[in-house]
Design a protein around this ligand. Structure first.
Ligand SMILES: NC(=O)c1ccc[n+]([C@@H]2O[C@H](COP(=O)([O-])OP(=O)(O)OC[C@H]3O[C@@H](n4cnc5c(N)ncnc54)[C@H](OP(=O)(O)O)[C@@H]3O)[C@@H](O)[C@H]2O)c1
Length: 327
């Protein structure tokens, strides 16, 4: 009999609710505590998901009996502070993407996780989707040959709500950190760290990057990517090899299908239906790590989060995306 993993959530906004909806569908898993800056929000959330403990401050969540892990769902600018608070209380953490605002913050989080011998993982949920695992498997089986080019984009028209985190510079707003992270991560996962990075941005009324286009160069490959809050784009990924290609249809970061196009063969579509949004896979990964007393995930290790944030820092620097107080 597997002991249920008891989860807590800090920051009860949009993603917290979607995550909770998936979490309650995962076997041997329960939503045990929630913490908000608003007592009303904490109470409503607890009632909706039948959560036994709810708090109107993040610090208070550590008094919950038998809590196993906390999911951090606050804006990017709070991730490092919230994660460090949990880790210093020896509380395992799954922290939303982007892991923090820059590499310096990520390195601090990693150091504190190690000092406290406590589990930490970035909620890069795409990593655990069956469609991404299948993509890696097909590449490893040489079905498309050597990967030569990746085209990936993510775009939607963001409503003009300047106070909300997407467009608010003081909450880490902007297309790159919010959605550009997905194509950047795909390229990092499939091709590794690039030898060269080029990037350009346009900026909106609030000063955050509205569109960021970036290119990674590898010794024998390139990746062309785009993230935008200004247009509804196809939000798909194409991975081209010298013997064929793989198409991840919109929205590629949460896709349920992929199509393999091998030279001189009929295309084959692989489908991975699910009744969740897809957060259950990362939840299961965390549960398994904790049940096996692992301090980090092999699939989404801290070294990967360090590389991903280095890459985002480099893109920001090339494109001229700056945030007050963040180098
Ligand atoms: N994995 C995914 O698919 C996915 C999707 C969307 C977003 N995300 C990530 O999740 C994080 C949260 O995004 P969201 O869309 O859920 O944001 P949101 O709706 O604005 O919610 C964020 C929550 O954080 C708390 N918070 C703490 N300090 C805050 C501050 N200074 N200003 C505003 N809120 C503050 C608030 O909750 P309380 O008042 O209850 O504490 C707020 O409701 C972001 O880092 C984003 O990148 C991930």
């Amino acid at each position: 009999m597997v002991k249920p993993t008891r989860w807590g959530i800090i920051g009860l906004g949009k993603i917290a609710e979607k995550f909770a909806n998936d979490l309650i569908k995962v076997p041997n898993t329960s939503l045990h505590a929630v913490a908000s800056t608003s007592s009303e929000r904490a109470q409503d959330f607890a009632q909706k998901f039948q959560v036994p403990y709810h708090y109107d401050s993040y610090e208070a969540i550590f008094k919950t009996p038998d809590l196993d892990v906390i999911y951090i769902a606050t804006p990017h600018t709070s991730h490092a502070e919230n994660a460090i608070l949990c880790l210093k209380n020896k509380m395992p953490v799954l922290c939303e993407k982007p892991f923090a605002m820059n590499l310096k913050q990520v390195e601090q989080m990693v150091t504190i996780a190690r000092e406290n011998d406590t589990f930490l993982m970035e909620a890069m949920w795409t990593r655990f989707l069956p469609v991404i695992m299948k993509t890696q498997e097909l590449i490893a089986e040489d079905r498309i040959g050597k990967v030569k080019t990746i085209h990936a984009d993510f775009g939607f028209v963001a409503p003009f709500t300047p106070e909300r985190r997407t467009l608010n510079p003081s909450l880490g707003g902007g297309a790159l950190l919010d959605i550009g992270i997905y194509p950047a991560y795909l390229s990092l996962l499939l091709l590794g760290y690039p030898t060269d990075v080029h990037a350009l941005s346009t900026f909106g009324q609030t000063g955050v990057d509205e569109t960021t286009s970036f290119i990674f160069k590898y010794p024998q490959a390139t990746a062309l990517m785009n993230a935008t809050f200004a247009s509804r784009t196809r939000t798909e990924a194409l991975i081209y090899g010298d013997k064929g290609y793989i198409h991840l249809p919109e929205r590629f970061h949460e896709s349920k299908t992929l199509t393999l196009f091998e030279t001189d063969k009929e295309p084959v579509t692989f489908s991975f239906d699910r009744e969740t949004r897809g957060y259950n896979f990362e939840i299961e990964e965390v549960n398994n790590c904790l049940r096996n007393n692992k301090k980090e995930s092999v699939k989404m290790p801290l070294s990967m989060s360090v590389k991903l944030m280095s890459l985002l820092d480099e893109i920001r620097q090339k494109a001229g995306i700056f945030y007050d107080g963040i180098d």
